[in-house]
Design a protein around this ligand. Sequence first.
Ligand SMILES: NC(=O)C1=CN([C@@H]2O[C@H](COP(=O)(O)OP(=O)(O)OC[C@H]3O[C@@H](n4cnc5c(N)ncnc54)[C@H](OP(=O)(O)O)[C@@H]3O)[C@@H](O)[C@H]2O)C=CC1
Ligand SMILES: CC[C@](O)(C(C)=O)C(=O)O
Ligand SMILES: [Mg+2]
Ligand SMILES: [Mg+2]
Length: 337
Amino acid sequence: MSVEIFYDADADLGIVQGRKVAVIGYGSQGHAHALSLRDSGVDVRIGLPEGSKSRAKAEDEGLRVLTTAEAAAEADLIMILTPDTKQRAIYEQDIAPNLKDGDALFFGHGFNIRYGLIKPPANVDVAMVAPKGPGHLVRRQFVDGKGVPCLIAVEQDPSGNAQALALSYAAAIGGARAGVIKTTFTEETETDLFGEQAVLCGGASALVQTGFEVLTEAGYAPEIAYFEVLHELKLIVDLMYEGGIARMRYSISDTAEYGDLTRGPRVITPEVKENMKAILREIQDGTFAREWVTEDEQGRPNFGKLQQAGEQHSIEETGRKLRGLMSWVDRPITETA
Ligand SMILES: NC(=O)C1=CN([C@@H]2O[C@H](COP(=O)(O)OP(=O)(O)OC[C@H]3O[C@@H](n4cnc5c(N)ncnc54)[C@H](OP(=O)(O)O)[C@@H]3O)[C@@H](O)[C@H]2O)C=CC1
Ligand SMILES: CC[C@](O)(C(C)=O)C(=O)O
Ligand SMILES: [Mg+2]
Ligand SMILES: [Mg+2]
């Protein structure tokens, strides 16, 4: 199935420049959207609770910070960029009572619409602009004159203008420099959750940690294991990013390439593929969403334990030491948010 891809030339920045935008939340995505919208000439205000620790960061950037209810009332385009599990309560308490005819309700990920947690009234446009990358890099790429690709989707379109508005918004945060693909809330939600669980975050973290464990348990130096399975991974993935797996294979030695072709399938076995399919089924049938919402409602006990175990993994200590000696490694992730 072919997709429609839009670029800057297809977008009319003037559409979003004509709106009053409220960005609710000022975390990874919130700060990136808000700052890039502002730099693109859009009238932006931030919605955050009175006691939010994000307030000072937004104010330090010269942004107007209101309560969520005030921002929603003042704006005619409300982008919700708070944690997915918190969005239903924020919507019911602070946003729904302030929605007016002709408003647009925007999301950075389709979770709450896909799983029926938020049901907006019929008189507002409902759309999504979902960058395919971490918020700090969405902002960094915008500042560097580049962009992170975005997905856009329209769930409700009483104005008849929701897609053009979403494309305009995506262009304002740099997405149309790289490509904006039209999709649905369902496709974005299910592919995004699958990608982060099976490949980008879950799969990659487990692969790196397990590789590190195998080498260090076999007696190799942790520093060498770290460079081998984590630091160099970025360099290998950079080549894939530039020219696909083929370009990576062109640059590595033929010894590495033979090992890649013959041993890779022994790591990612047919059983692993079956596990990935099971993970996708849990996303599609709502099992994952129910589990995550319940975990959050119960105060995230399992999440907390797993986070702690990850932070205590020996690769983290080795990495901190080595990165401390490499002054050029990355701008700090705390850039502004
Ligand atoms: N992280 C990413 O790169 C990506 C995220 N997304 C989507 O973007 C959305 C936001 O995720 P992310 O940027 O990671 O979120 P973060 O956890 O980084 O930031 C959440 C922000 O919401 C604020 N917040 C918390 N509670 C409230 C509230 N009641 N009212 C208003 N603001 C509140 C937090 O403030 P405080 O400082 O007070 O906690 C913080 O500023 C999600 O839908 C996510 O799926 C999509 C693509 C990538
Ligand atoms: C890969 C994780 C992500 O989907 C993202 C940065 O795109 C997220 O939800 O943070
Ligand atoms: Mg994602
Ligand atoms: Mg995601």
